[in-house]
Design a binder for this molecule. Sequence first.
Ligand SMILES: *[C@@H]1O[C@H](CO)[C@@H](O)[C@H](O)[C@H]1NC(C)=O
Length: 301
Amino acid sequence: MSVSSIDAAHPRFLSKPILITGGLKVALVQLAVGPDKGKNIAAAVKEIHKAKERGAQLVALPECFNSPYGTKYFNEYAEQVPTGETFRALSKAAADASVCVVGGTVPERCGNQLFNTCTVWNSNGDLIAQHRKMHLFDIDIPGKITFKESEVLSAGNKVTTFDYCGVTIGIGICYDLRFYEMATVMARKGCSLLIYPGAFNMTTGPRHWELMGRARANDLQLWVALVSPARDTTAEYVAWGHTMLVDPWGKVVASLEDKPDTLVECVDLNTVAEVRSQIPIRSQRRTDIYDTVDKTNECSN
Ligand SMILES: *[C@@H]1O[C@H](CO)[C@@H](O)[C@H](O)[C@H]1NC(C)=O
């Protein structure tokens, strides 16, 4: 098969993004998360409204923002989509503030399964996307560390993208960030921005968090937002923090430290077009030799 015939199968992968004046103003919220669910929800709602006051059109929350991070907590904090109290609060905050809310992640209950799930609400408070973490983090290093998300969680089977204000946005959760192929599929679906709520730890955070955010941005020539909870050194799981926004050049344009804080920045689609035209790897890939394939439709959820 020739290069062009393969690319023709993915027309949006090559097409220029729709340009919106000034781009999309996004807020990335590095929340402090504790054991009190009501407090966690109230803090998230408050930050959504504060971000709106700073001009944000889209507000993204971190992974596991209504519950401490850990397999033993997920069952207790889990809720059904869209009726659970956390989801209702996100929907209402999105509508009240008239912003798009990328609701970090929440343990989701569905039948007798639990998922680590990101819900996305538009400015009317409608649910417009739902991503279930696809890659569960399981490690067992004898005498050192055992951490098995699959003991309690089930994995999602779908790549998730949605459109907001003319921008196609993809969602991955934490460990999903390590899987280049998944990000490639989202880029092929036309994404100009990938948002990863995530909680890397104090070992992998300093080594890989920024590196992988920049790698995905550079390789796929799109914006990448990494959204972590704030660091709590008294918690069982200590998150790295360092919420950041990376541009399609692979440059970190804004980042936070470890404390609770919010960054508000503009995601400019002109930068996407600029990088893609100056470094034309998209049209010069040798898809006659290699390829990354989306098999979503072969997999039932
Ligand atoms: C963080 O995760 C890595 C990778 O699984 C592990 O090797 C390390 O021990 C963990 N670090 C901490 C501080 O928990």
